[in-house]
Design a protein around this ligand. Structure first.
Ligand code: UD1
Ligand code: UDP
Length: 383
């Protein structure tokens, strides 16, 4: 019998991190032929991940431009994918999450009448403009998808409420599979300065901020809050790997350069990032992926957003929505820095997002949908 030809399309750092273990799992399966196309919506930040996980894409659209607009990304990806689909002739296209690449690739596959599998399906904030444009991207992708790999039961329920019930599988999030391969006690950092920090003697707060809906006032509030927290807590080191977006670079540097206890560094390789997270005291972030990874490592998270489409860890009490106002951010961080009990209460390691077996489930579910095995994988159930 012919192998099922699966083309995974991704373009940004987080998609690559979360698709990498799946690409490897599919390569191990004798019934699948796994091909990769990167749009390279991100360039350097994508290449860091491809290198870390030793993935060599068969196709690279290389579309990134400085300060690119949402329309340019979508149009260039959509056009570029035409040729790729004609050459690769996939039986199934896999997309991930909620980026412009995700939506464009799902649409391109639909135009070619190729089945679409949506990995990390069903997350919803129920606010079309936040996260922007991601909430709309994942809804639109959901409409185009034929197979839906929902990380959690809650995500599957979101799809069900919208009338999507066929081929919805609860798999866990592949990011937890990735995390199981990256974190080690004896890890040595590529960025040498991180090898010389004494994480027991000096608390490290890991900060990231990059979201488009936070551009402008919210980002300025976040930066002002961090600047003042750094002034108040001189014994704490704030480490901020700054996203390469020109807007984020400019805003972060204007607010935080030259402070003795704020380390502004380039985007970290994923191995450095995961291992730094496992050693830090607290995470402050507007990232989606960090909200899933940090709870698995037992690290409290303050989310620098008004909402989250990842409510599971908030409900479990290890992630707190701090918002995007100066006072709310400062008081939430101060509480965790001043009050050991409050910090301990948020520092339990929990795994509401996965058990490290998401990729295995997704492979089995693909085989099931193509009639190669008799049953789908058992649902992921958090322990
Ligand atoms: C994108 C995704 C967002 C995801 C984020 C992860 C969309 C609309 N947004 O947002 O969902 O959370 O990636 O990081 O798809 N740049 C570089 N080198 C890189 C990467 C980015 O120089 O390797 C700069 C470029 O100037 C680029 C800009 O960053 O134009 C913004 O990149 P873009 O992909 O448009 O948006 P993100 O904010 O990264
Ligand atoms: N990450 C990384 N280096 C960094 C910042 C983040 O490897 O300097 C990883 C992080 O561990 C997570 C993913 O990138 O796996 C999250 O990506 P990002 O925050 O850019 O996007 P989001 O998850 O918000 O879409």
């Amino acid at each position: 019998m012919n192998k099922i030809r699966v083309l995974s399309v991704f373009g940004t750092r987080p998609e690559a991190i979360k698709m990498a273990p799946l690409v490897h799992a599919m390569a191990q399966c004798g019934e699948l032929e796994s091909l990769v196309c990167v749009t390279a919506q991100h360039r350097e930040m994508l290449d860091q991940v491809l290198q870390a996980f030793s993935i060599e894409p068969q196709y690279d659209l290389n579309i990134m431009q400085p300060s690119q607009t949402l329309s340019t990304i979508t149009v260039k990806a959509l056009e570029g994918l035409e040729q790729v689909f004609e050459q690769a002739k996939p039986d199934l296209v896999l997309v991930h999450g909620d980026t412009s690449t995700t939506f464009a690739a799902a649409l391109a596959a639909f135009y070619h009448r190729v089945s679409v599998g949506h990995v990390e399906a069903g997350l919803r904030s129920f606010d079309k403009y936040s996260p922007y444009p991601e909430e709309a991207n994942r809804r639109l992708t959901g409409v185009l998808a034929d197979l839906h790999f929902a990380p959690t039961r809650q995500n599957a329920l979101n799809l069900q409420r919208e009338g999507t019930v066929k081929n919805v599988f609860v798999t866990g999030n592949t990011v937890i599979d990735a995390l199981r391969t990256t974190v080690r006690d004896d890890y040595r950092f590529e960025l040498d300065v991180l090898n010389h920090l004494d994480y027991r003697a000096r608390r490290v707060v890991l900060l990231t901020a990059h979201r488009r809906e936070n551009y402008g006032r919210p980002m300025e509030n976040i930066m002002a809050a961090v600047r003042d927290l750094a002034a108040r807590y001189k014994d704490v080191l704030f480490v901020y790997p700054v996203h390469l977006s020109p807007y984020v670079q400019q805003t972060a540097r204007a607010a935080l350069s030259g402070l003795g206890n704020v380390l502004l560094i380039p985007p970290l390789g994923v191995l450095d990032m995961h291992n730094l997270m496992s050693r830090c005291y607290l995470v402050m972030t507007d990232s989606g992926g960090l909200q899933e990874e940090a709870p698995a490592l037992g690290k409290p998270v303050l989310v620098l957003r008004r909402e989250t489409e990842r409510p599971e860890a908030v409900q479990a009490g290890t992630v707190l929505l701090a918002g995007v106002e100066y006072a709310g951010i400062v008081s939430a961080a101060a509480r965790l820095l001043d009050d050991a009990d409050a910090w301990h209460a948020m520092s339990r390691a929990i795994n509401p997002y996965g058990d490290g077996r998401a990729c295995r489930r997704i492979v089995q579910d693909i085989l099931y949908c193509f009639g190669r095995v008799g049953a789908p994988a058992d649902d992921f159930v958090p322990q």
